[in-house]
Design a protein around this ligand. Structure first.
Ligand SMILES: [Zn+2]
Length: 124
């Protein structure tokens, strides 16, 4: 079995054995990148050049998965509601693009299915 890695210098994928060999795990796609990476890091440490290492791209998450993750967390839900309330208060939701969100917020304050006995229990 092999694992896919991404070379932090050139971004090329390369493959290493899943069962690690002795010593440090292979980090670079090639001797050339290893040597250049070493030189660049040494130079960067001395402040000679600025370098940017290629990040492995994050896995793509759909909007539905984001929503599900938020709904799964009371803290995240609270955060979203607070932010929305603040934006609503600032008038930031007046933009047409946000009008449906604004409508939903108004409905939150006036649940249409409030039962009559809640009315008498002094919720207002
Ligand atoms: Zn490389």
């Amino acid at each position: 079995m092999v694992d896919e890695r991404t070379c932090p210098r050139c971004g090329q994928p390369f493959y290493v054995p899943s069962t690690p060999r002795r010593g440090r795990p292979q980090q670079w796609c090639s001797q050339a990148c290893r040597r250049a990476g070493y030189e660049e890091r040494r130079a960067a440490k001395n402040g000679a050049i600025a370098i940017e290492y290629v990040e492995k791209p994050a896995p793509t998450i759909t909007l539905d998965e984001h929503v599900a993750a938020v709904l799964d967390s009371p803290a995240a839900c609270r955060n979203v509601l607070r932010q929305l309330r603040a934006r609503h208060g600032n008038g930031e939701l007046k933009d047409a693009k946000w009008s449906s969100v604004s409508d939903e917020l108004e409905r939150l304050g006036n649940p249409p299915d409030r039962r009559p006995d809640d009315w008498f229990r002094g919720s207002r």
